[in-house]
Design a protein around this ligand. Structure first.
Ligand code: PXG
Length: 455
């Protein structure tokens, strides 16, 4: 046990003992997992010494980049002072409370309360229960159904996976649970047919109104969506979409939930995604960029309307996690947010590197296999097309995306493929030249696909 494991034996240990999330484990065990051993800025290194640009910020989360000593120091200092205490039964810790205040300073006057969790999935479970508790406290116990979207992603817990609209996830574990229904997504490229993007945006937004009328307003608790769908493929909604959702949510008495787990903390060039789209959510789950992934922490931003009922009518919400608002995670998150503030990273995404990535991705539009490129802030996607003139896609989109992704990874650039969309979500500190290198790797990957893949 004292001996440092060799590379091959670490892979063998992994195959023998470690079950991985969202991975074909049989294949992984046969191929051997890639071991990531260090990181700095926008770069990661694997255990063979190979260097990569991480154009995906880990899993959409390392917003301030790797290697921030001040975050490590903040966590170390907190661990020495007070490694753990809880927020149940009448106590809190200093970093937990100060973090709530700091988040509230960016989330606008209507979102002044935070309920802490350890992840985005736990945040989904938290708001799901809170929404139902809220309506019950107001004497409307039948308002329980939540409307979410096909292809949305809200986590892997039972509520999270139910709220998400991923068919493959629903098939495992008999989901969704009762009381969760799904409407269409604003994915114009694949599903818009002959409609213009603006017409299609209105059409899918109006599915919300149809669903509320079908279920009856008295039975609907909330509508939940990511401002921009992330794991579903960076689905940037047409310009008509959010204004129409906003209109419908205001017309009917339902809660509007913005899942900010990816869009929050600067990714869209605003502190939160709902600010980019100019709407006011009643509840907003957060995680990822809150600590840039340095330690696990998440939460739910709670509007004044809901907080008032939770405090004054409900009083005791029988919900919480041992590590809700963990002081060490909170200390790391405070330092992370200080970096985002002091280095002006939100403004950098809005005014500099976001527009730069958008331009770099748009330069791929001359490629025979590129159907469209989209980019808001540092969330950018490239849609692969078999025939761009008709928007025809390759028959096996998942396989296509993986082929191109593997080319990019071999070339030293990590990005994510969702089906046949290639996704960029880099740290907010990525440089112009790193963007150029990442986009160049994708162009080469697309060239490779053109030469090597025939349907
Ligand atoms: N909401 C959204 C919008 C997310 O993207 C979650 C909730 C759940 O968060 P936790 O912290 O429980 O993972 C997420 C997470 C991918 C990928 O492959 C995306 C996520 C997680 C893992 C992989 O794109 N998003």
């Amino acid at each position: 046990m004292n001996q440092k494991p060799t590379l091959s034996n670490l892979a063998a240990i992994d195959a023998a003992h470690h079950l991985h999330p969202f991975s074909d484990m049989k294949k992984l065990n046969a191929d051997g997992t890639r071991i990531i051993s260090s990181a700095d800025g926008c770069n990661i290194w694997d255990s063979t010494g190979k260097k990569y640009i991480d154009a995906f910020a880990g899993l959409w989360c390392v917003n301030v980049g790797y290697g921030r000593k001040s975050i490590a120091e903040a966590a170390y200092a907190q661990m020495q002072e007070l490694p753990y205490y809880n927020t149940f039964f009448g106590t809190t810790t200093q970093p937990t409370t100060l973090l709530a205040q700091k988040i509230a300073s960016h989330s606008g006057p209507n979102l002044q309360h935070v309920f802490f969790t350890n992840s985005g999935s736990e945040a989904s479970d938290t708001w799901f229960r809170m929404a139902r508790v809220y309506w019950k406290a107001l004497g409307k116990p039948t308002k329980t159904t939540v409307i979410a979207r096909k292809n949305g992603y809200h986590g892997s817990t039972v509520a999270g996976a139910s709220l998400g609209g991923m068919k493959s996830m629903h098939e495992q574990g008999q989901l969704p649970i009762p009381g969760v229904v799904h409407i269409g997504q604003p994915y114009w490229y694949a599903e818009g047919g002959d409609l213009s993007p603006e017409e299609f945006g209105l059409k899918v937004a109006r599915e919300l109104e149809d669903k509320i009328l079908e279920l009856g307003e008295d039975n609907v608790a909330a509508f939940a969506a990511e401002p921009i769908q992330g794991a579903g493929g960076i689905i940037v909604p047409p310009s008509t979409y959010w204004p129409e959702i906003k209109r419908i949510a205001a017309k009917y008495d339902i809660l509007l939930v913005a899942d900010e787990v990816i869009c929050g903390f600067g990714r869209l060039g605003t502190w939160f995604g709902h600010q980019y789209y100019d709407f006011q959510p009643d509840l907003a789950p957060i995680a990822k960029g809150l600590s840039s992934g340095y330690l696990p922490i998440g939460g739910v931003l709670v509007s004044e309307r809901v907080a008032k009922v939770m405090i004054e009518e409900v009083g005791d919400f029988y919900h919480g996690y041992t590590y809700s608002g963990h002081p060490v995670s909170a200390a790391a998150a405070i330092e992370n947010l200080r970096i985002i503030e002091d280095e002006g990273l939100v403004e950098r995404v809005r005014d500099d590197i976001g527009p730069y990535l958008k331009m770099a991705l748009a330069s791929l539009e001359d490629h025979e296999l590129v159907g469209e490129t989209v980019c808001v802030g540092l969330m950018g996607a490239v849609q692969i097309a078999a025939d761009k003139s008709t928007r025809r896609r390759f028959e096996k989109p998942d396989a296509i995306g993986s082929l191109v992704r593997n080319q990019c990874v071999d070339a030293g650039v990590v990005l994510r493929a969702t089906g046949d969309r290639m996704l960029f979500s880099p740290p907010l500190i990525i440089s112009h030249s790193e963007v150029d290198q990442a986009v160049e790797a994708l162009r080469n990957g697309l060239d490779w696909l053109k030469d090597n893949h025939k349907e």
